[in-house]
Write a protein of this length. Structure first.
Length: 297
């Protein structure tokens, strides 16, 4: 199946989109949202290859550049300010594939964060695929460093050989470790604001002054559909998310919900740079899209 390039608009600013049609009459499609300073092709062409894989399986897919990225006009903006772009993209998706009634948002890194911050606003978005969500805080990054870097370094033969051979400065290493530990011990986020499903029908806007992990947890609660979470094993962003989900009170129990499917690629890096990793992600995405979990919501 051939893809189709087109233009849609947000506040009269043109955005570039690519449609991969899938099978005629499909009711559910995938909207791939760009994360970080990249465009709709993705690192190592992952978004393009994923879209082709899903479309060959009959699933319609749309990729696009939000304002300020790739070939789209407008001022560059952060993932926290693309709610209009997401809504316009869903509009454009349904206009070009009228049979699509439900949209699954697929996002890597801060695109996953943007999905959590915004999906609850749009009833047409019925599922989320989140890869290595960005929950960056100074304390969270420090904890991830301690676990991913310092602990592995202390267990490394090369580190001890360097220390005994005079190639490693023990005082400098100790000061770095102590400073990182202090940042890691900073207070966690506050108490959760109710259990999943407790929110009223008309929801107030989230407080932009709250820490990003708290707002993402609130977005997770407000969104009622199924979620596929994919985490890399060799990635600080994924390690920070794991630490947040395990230690923060606002995240307690969210990953254990029946509607949540968690997959982990132990050796994969942040952008799934190897072909085998990208193929595994595509397989998991396609399998989840066809699962009874998604069909029953």
């Amino acid at each position: 199946m051939t893809s189709e390039a087109f233009v849609f608009h947000v506040d009269d600013e043109p955005l570039a989109g690519i449609m991969h049609p899938g099978k005629p009459g499909a009711r559910r499609g995938v909207l791939i949202v760009v994360g970080g300073p990249q465009y709709r092709v993705g690192s190592h062409r992952q978004f393009l290859l994923l879209a082709r894989h899903l479309a060959q399986g009959g699933i319609p897919v749309m990729r696009f550049d939000y304002r300020g990225m790739g070939d789209s006009d407008g001022a560059q903006r952060s993932f926290e300010h693309i709610s209009q772009d997401l809504r316009a993209a869903v509009d454009a998706f349904q206009e070009r594939t009228p049979g699509v009634q439900e949209v699954v948002v697929w996002g890597l890194c801060d695109a996953a964060s943007a999905a959590l911050l915004n999906a609850w606003r749009d009833p047409r978005i019925t599922g989320l695929v989140l890869l290595n969500p960005w929950v960056r805080t100074e304390a969270g990054l420090a904890r991830a460093y301690l676990k991913q870097y310092y602990l592995k370094r202390l267990m490394s033969r090369d580190f001890w050989a360097g220390l005994l051979g005079g190639r490693v400065n023990p005082l400098k290493s100790a000061r770095s470790l102590v400073g990182m530990a202090r940042r890691a011990l900073r207070r966690q986020s506050g108490q959760p604001k109710g259990a999943p499903g407790d929110a009223p029908q008309v929801l107030p806007e989230m407080d932009p002054g709250q820490p990003l992990p708290d707002r993402m947890a609130e977005g997770w609660r407000r969104f009622s559909g199924p979620i596929l979470l994919i985490l890399s094993g060799d990635d600080l962003t994924a390690a920070e998310f794991r630490g947040c989900a395990e230690q923060s009170t606002v995240w307690r129990g969210l990953l254990d919900e029946d509607r949540v499917t968690v997959r982990e690629l132990r050796d994969a890096n942040h952008t799934f740079s190897r072909e085998a990793w990208r193929q595994e992600v595509a397989h998991w995405t396609c399998e989840w899209m066809e699962s009874s979990l998604l069909r029953n919501f």
